[in-house]
Every structure is written in structure tokens, then in C-alpha cells.
Design a protein around this ligand. Structure first.
Ligand code: NAD
Ligand code: TYD
Length: 339
């Protein structure tokens, strides 16, 4: 049996990853450690204890709580740690960077200390393409590029990546970093572009597009990312970094129009609003390293993935109504009210 700690398992990617691992690898046991912030929903993992007896446990807790982490590692003796716990939304990081530093930087360092002390075989840090900064019209990010983060979110993720490098070099920790482009799919919190636009369109609300809508992201279906994370965990080389991307560079406005067309809503719902400060223009991933070394490449075409995702939101109204709490409504008003 492989005993794995997955942090942030009640969030978007964590939920998809835990479901993938439990259904694909019968020799993995998973402990999900999640603080259940506004972005974490315990309902996402409901039923897993019963569906996979003895293979899934949930623990509520903070990765930045050193006492809790030490106690958990001491009791569980994990073979592997997959760190997904994070504050993950750029706009929120612009509003208040402090919690991003606490969770994404300090929290990671506390996990690294525990991984060393309890001789974890491998730690995988789930990082992001945003650590590389912004691209102009041409080129792609490669693993050897300098880090040039532009938002408090990406700066916190880049800081964690640098700490990992230091723990590998200084203490000989076996850690690997994955950097992936923008994910989409089921269970994504409706503050991120795709689910926000789907729900606003469904409810005939305005679709707030930042600036001229021409910023470009490289979209990947979440299932492809999850598969890559496990390949890196199993076969990646210690100390290395692996980029993942979806081969789908699209302007935000193209995606928004596609969503409206799919739900049969008018383009007049689009509202161009004040741009995000420091808004990165374009992300695009060169994933040839993981493709050559581990045989990974994205499998889900954007047209199929976006259709499945829109359908999922339309069929899971109860899920998104429940996650849109009072806190979210206040955030939405603060963020878009005067824009
Ligand atoms: P998310 O915001 O949906 O989920 C984050 C989860 O972490 C939530 O369940 C939350 O409750 C939990 N959490 C937050 N602070 C915590 C703490 N202090 N202790 C324990 N748990 C805590 O994020 P996501 O989109 O699922 O992203 C997961 C990871 O993948 C993040 O590290 C993010 O940087 C990275 N990533 C995301 C994307 C993307 O497009 N979403 C792309 C590349 C990398
Ligand atoms: P987002 O989903 O927040 O991901 P990230 O900023 O991490 O790439 O945003 C994706 C793109 O969509 C980004 O260019 C900002 C833009 N965007 C909007 O135009 N309107 C919105 O309301 C949001 C949330 C994002």
C-alpha cells in the first residue's frame, strides 16, 4: 500500500485528483488534509469513505499549523505528499496578499520540514505556469526560464518553488515540482473565469470581461492535469520541474462567446470592465520535457472538455448554489460592484 497525503483535497483540482487516484490505483490510501476555506467544500468528497473502505480519510486542518502537521506525519508515516493546498485566486491576492503568503509559502515550508523529519519518500508541489510571468505574442514557457511572477498569488507560488529548490539542494529532500496551465472542469469554484461565466450566463447576469478580453490562457482539462501529477509522483526525477499544458491557447473573449453560444444566451450579456491590475497578457506551456521523459500529453480536446464542463454546471445547480455562500456574495459585490 502507498500511503499518500493530499492537501487541499476539497478544492477544485484536489477533488478531481482524489477521485482519480482512488478509482485508478487500488494500492493507494489517501489522507485528505484541508482547512475548508471558502474554496474547500467537504461535500465534494462525500461518500468516498464508503466507496473505498479503509482507503480514504479526511482531516480538517491547516498546512501552516506546525503542531498539527508534525502530529499528523508522526501518526500516519506517509510515503508520499502531494501539496495542492493553497489560496489560488489572483483577484483575491490583489485584495489581500497576506493569507497567500501564510498558506502558500509558510504552509509549504512546514510541509517540507515534516517531509524531511518523517522521511517521506517524495513530495510533489503543485505549482503553476503563472510563476514564469507573462508572455508577449510569441513563445512558450520552458522549465529553465527565470521566474518573473506579477501577482501576489504567483509570487507566493514562486516563493514556494524556490523553497523547494533549496530543500532539495541543502537537505537532499526528494521533491518534484509540477507547473500547469489554467485548469477547467467540474468542481471549480465559480470565481474563476469559466464557471463564473457559465453561471452568470445561465442566470442572465452580465459577464464581466477584464480589459479588451484579448488576454490569452492555455486551457487544460483537469483530468489531464491529475493524470500528469500522478505520473510525476511515480516516475519523475527528484529535484526536477515538469511543465504541463493543454495545447489550447484562447483569448478570454473567445471562451466567453463560446459559453454564451452553448447556453443559447445573447452576446449582449458581455460587459467589458476595468482591467485587472498587473494582468498577465499570455500564458503558453512547452510540455515537451514531460512528454519525452514520462510520455504524458493532454488527451481531452477543448471542445469536448468545455462541453462536458458546461453540462456539469447546468446539471449540478445544487452544488454551486451551496458554495455561493454569504462570503462569496460579499466578495462578488466588492470585486465587481463599482467596476
Ligand atoms: P482551490 O482554491 O479550488 O482549492 C484549494 C484548496 O486548498 C481548498 O480546498 C482550500 O480549502 C484548501 N486550503 C486553502 N488553504 C489551506 C490551508 N492553509 N491548509 C489546508 N488547506 C487549505 O484551488 P485549485 O484550483 O484546486 O488549485 C489547487 C492547486 O493547484 C493550488 O496549489 C494551485 O496553485 C495549483 N494550480 C491551480 C491551477 C488552476 O488552474 N486552478 C493551475 C495550476 C496550478
Ligand atoms: P482566472 O480564471 O482568474 O485565472 P488566472 O488569472 O489565474 O489565469 O482568469 C482567467 C482569465 O480570465 C484572466 O485573463 C482574467 C480573466 N477574467 C475575466 O476577464 N473576468 C473575470 O471575471 C475573471 C474572474 C477572469
Amino acid at each position: 500500500m502507498i500511503k499518500a497525503l493530499i492537501t487541499g483535497g476539497c478544492g477544485f483540482i484536489g477533488t478531481n485528483l482524489i477521485r482519480y487516484v482512488l478509482s485508478t490505483y487500488s494500492d493507494w490510501r489517501v489522507v485528505n488534509l484541508d482547512l475548508l476555506t471558502y474554496a474547500g467544500n467537504i461535500e465534494n468528497t462525500q461518500g468516498l469513505e464508503e466507496a473505498y473502505p479503509g482507503r480514504y480519510t479526511f482531516v480538517r486542518g491547516d498546512i501552516a499549523d506546525a503542531g498539527l502537521i508534525d502530529d499528523l506525519f508522526d501518526r500516519q508515516r506517509f510515503d508520499i505528499v502531494l501539496n495542492l493546498a493553497a489560496e489560488s485566486h489572483v483577484d483575491r491576492s490583489i485584495e489581500d496578499p497576506s493569507v497567500f503568503l501564510r498558506t502558500n509559502v509558510l504552509g509549504t515550508q512546514i510541509l517540507l520540514d515534516a517531509a524531511l523529519k518523517y522521511k517521506v519518500e517524495r513530495l510533489v508541489q503543485i505549482s503553476t505556469d503563472e510563476v514564469y510571468g507573462s508572455l508577449g505574442k510569441h513563445g512558450q514557457f520552458t522549465e529553465d526560464m527565470n521566474l518573473a511572477p506579477n501577482s501576489p498569488y504567483s509570487a507566493s507560488k514562486a516563493s514556494a518553488d524556490l523553497l523547494i529548490r533549496a530543500y532539495v539542494k541543502t537537505y537532499g529532500l526528494d521533491a518534484v515540482i509540477t507547473r500547469c496551465s489554467n485548469n477547467y472542469g467540474p468542481y471549480q469554484f465559480p470565481e474563476k473565469l469559466i464557471p463564473l461565466m457559465v453561471l452568470n450566463a445561465y442566470e442572465d447576469k452580465e459577464l464581466p470581461v477584464y480589459g479588451d478580453g484579448k488576454n490569452i490562457r492555455d486551457w487544460i482539462y483537469v483530468g489531464d492535469h491529475c493524470r500528469g501529477i500522478i505520473m510525476v509522483a511515480q516516475s519523475g526525477v527528484g529535484g526536477e520541474i515538469y511543465n504541463m499544458g493543454g495545447d489550447t491557447q484562447m483569448e478570454n473573449i473567445e471562451i466567453v462567446r463560446m459559453i454564451l453560444d452553448y447556453i443559447h444566451k445573447p452576446h449582449s450579456l458581455i460587459k467589458f470592465v476595468k482591467d485587472r491590475p498587473g494582468h498577465d497578457f499570455r500564458y503558453a506551456m512547452d510540455y515537451s520535457k514531460i512528454e519525452t521523459e514520462l510520455g504524458w500529453c493532454p488527451a481531452v480536446k477543448f471542445e469536448e472538455g468545455i462541453e462536458a464542463t458546461i453540462k456539469w454546471y447546468l446539471e449540478n445547480k445544487r452544488w454551486w448554489e451551496a458554495v455561493r455562500t454569504g462570503e462569496y456574495m460579499n466578495y462578488y459585490e466588492r470585486m465587481y460592484g463599482g467596476r
